[in-house]
Design a protein around this ligand. Structure first.
Ligand SMILES: [Fe+2]
Ligand SMILES: [Fe+2]
Length: 184
């Protein structure tokens, strides 16, 4: 394989600053505004999931992630400040869809059942995976645009989204999926 030096050349070529890439910079700001809408939407949506959930470990997990989500909103506000932009939210159709699906699962399952909890976990993990994809991509882009402080804030949130996802997997694997399998 004769690809040896092309990799490092390509990497070097992507190192630029936001001033040199107005279109990329605009796309980045737009994506931050989209995430800002999504995180604010979650601050409103997660309490509904907490009250719909039954297992205490699941309620606690979503509750502590709600507290983290409020910090995610603040970090995005800090990012707008670092970018010298005013705080703006752009409706995130994807997050609206995922949370609508979550509400549908709650409506279609019986209160107090492990089956409903499983549905809440499935929906919550879709939320986390969407966030992981968004923060992961924007972290890389911030680095490319030469914005290390912004990248650092995005990385902090990314780590919390990943932990939230792992916690939900643990809850499903260790307890709730088995309980649900025994339900009629
Ligand atoms: Fe978040
Ligand atoms: Fe999250």
């Amino acid at each position: 394989m004769k690809t040896k030096e092309s990799g490092s050349d390509a990497k070097f070529a992507t190192k630029t600053t936001s001033k040199e890439s107005p279109a990329l910079s605009a796309l980045f700001k737009d994506s931050i505004a989209d995430l800002y809408w999504a995180e604010n939407h979650l601050v409103k949506a997660l309490p509904k999931m907490i009250s719909a959930a039954t297992a205490p470990e699941l309620k606690n997990a979503i509750e502590s992630h709600l507290a983290e989500t409020k910090v995610h909103v603040e970090r995005l506000e800090q990012i707008f400040e670092l970018l010298g932009e005013k705080v703006v939210a752009k409706k995130c159709d994807a997050m609206e869809g995922i949370t609508k699906e979550a509400e549908g699962i709650v409506e279609e399952t019986e209160p107090g059942t492990a089956t409903r909890d499983v549905g809440i976990i499935l929906a919550s993990q879709k939320v986390e995976h969407y966030e992981i994809a968004s923060y992961g991509g924007l972290y890389q882009l911030a680095t490319t645009l030469g914005l290390p402080e912004v990248a650092e804030l995005l990385e902090q949130t990314l780590a919390e989204e990943k932990l939230a996802d792992i916690k939900l997997t643990d809850i499903a694997e260790n307890e709730i999926n088995y309980k649900a399998a025994e339900e009629a």
